[in-house]
Design a protein around this ligand. Structure first.
Ligand code: SF4
Length: 369
């Protein structure tokens, strides 16, 4: 089983904190759609005929495309890939780019999961992030999603925003629970220097992130989601049982996926490939870079991604794929984290506790070969 990721590189405007590849101009939309279809045909053997269990439209903002555009892409994928009839088909949508009618159309053409970029239900937080929607419209969109019958909906929320108090963060989570949706992706605000927000903070024109508030709000998140019956299955992802993201689980479990579109990444089990991050270059001639992964690279990736999940690092998997020496080294280096209580062992699996997940990147780096 494998996954398909489609990168739609257009956004209505650029959010101040955004570090994803996207452009504001839609001048090249028609050329992009043409190039995307060509790439889909050219790379149809990448997954070796494996059945595709997930299709994910990410971006950018996929909901800037007309439903007919999405339909055209899905038809091309259907002709060229072995897509499971019950595949999870997710579309990322921003509140300012959808209407009840467009949601209805996305649903009728096969999209069965929405990922909605809410970020906060408070307008001052949205302004700090320079998002284009307001909280009133966000609530309206969530009602539409329910009214048109989307059962699988995930919301993105951001904590650690300087304007977000602990109380407001609790309110955001309560509003999310009141929607009845079964999946939440909650991210700590990270500020990259080259983004507009990074530059504003550097010049003293915007408040910077308070790391203590990030930790407090993460703890509030873990506690409140647990009380509501959500499972914390990846550092930033929470779901009621049976509602995990199938597509993202492919990344976290090291399964194959093909990424189409500018800047999209692909993984075939032994190598990684990434497309050129330019709409113009992508439309003119599709080009990419590729890296064959060494055994150590693959081990490092496995450790880094698995430590961020509730499944943890499996010693059986490491023994079978990398060798006994890697297991010995892993066990030696993690003794202190077992003792400090950041990590626990269950049978042959080493798993970070909720609090330990805050240190996942640092712990993984210590374990790298
Ligand atoms: S909508 Fe998403 S991808 Fe587009 S600029 Fe904002 S954060 Fe970036």
């Amino acid at each position: 089983m494998a996954g398909l990721y489609i990168h739609i590189p257009f956004c209505k405007s650029k959010c101040a904190y955004c570090n994803f590849f996207s452009v504001v101009s839609e001048k090249q939309r028609a050329d992009f759609l043409e190039a995307l279809k060509k790439e889909a045909v050219a790379r149809k053997d990448y997954l070796g005929g494996e059945e595709v269990k997930t299709v994910y439209f990410g971006g950018g903002t996929p909901s800037v495309l007309e439903p007919q555009d999405i339909l055209g892409i899905l038809e091309t994928l259907d002709k060229n890939y072995n897509i499971n009839a019950a595949a999870e088909i997710t579309l990322e949508a921003n509140p300012d780019t959808v209407s009840k009618e467009s949601l209805q159309e996305y649903k009728s053409l096969g999209v069965n999961r929405l990922s909605i970029g809410i970020q906060s239900f408070f307008d001052d937080d949205l302004q700090y992030l320079s998002r284009k929607h307001d909280s009133k419209h966000a609530m309206q969109v969530l009602d539409w999603a329910k009214e048109v019958g989307f059962r699988e909906v995930t919301l993105d929320l951001i904590y650690g925003i300087p304007t977000l108090t602990d109380e407001k963060w609790r309110n955001n989570l309560e509003i999310f629970f009141s929607t009845g949706f079964n999946h939440l992706s909650a991210y700590a605000l990270t500020v990259e220097e080259k983004t507009a927000l990074g530059q504003r903070i550097n010049k003293g024109m915007a408040a910077s992130v308070d790391e203590d508030a990030v930790i407090r709000q993460y703890q509030i998140l873990v506690e409140m989601t647990e009380n509501q019956g959500f499972e914390h299955y990846e550092i930033s992802n929470f779901a009621r049982p049976g509602h995990y993201s199938k597509h993202n689980t492919i990344y976290w479990k090291g399964e194959k996926y093909l990424g189409l579109g500018p800047s999209a990444h692909s993984f075939d089990g032994t190598s990684r490939q990434w497309n050129v991050a330019s709409v113009k270059d992508y439309c003119e001639s599709y080009s990419f870079e590729r890296e064959e992964l060494t055994l150590d690279n693959r081990y490092n990736e496995y450790v880094m991604t698995s430590l961020r999940t509730c499944w943890g690092c499996d010693m059986e998997y490491i023994k079978n794929n990398f060798g006994e020496e890697y297991v010995k080294r892993f066990k030696n280096l993690t003794k202190k984290h077992l003792l400090s209580g950041k990590m626990f062992q269950k049978d042959e699996k080493f798993v970070l506790k909720d609090y330990g997940m805050l240190f996942a990147d640092g712990i993984a780096a210590e374990l790298f070969m």
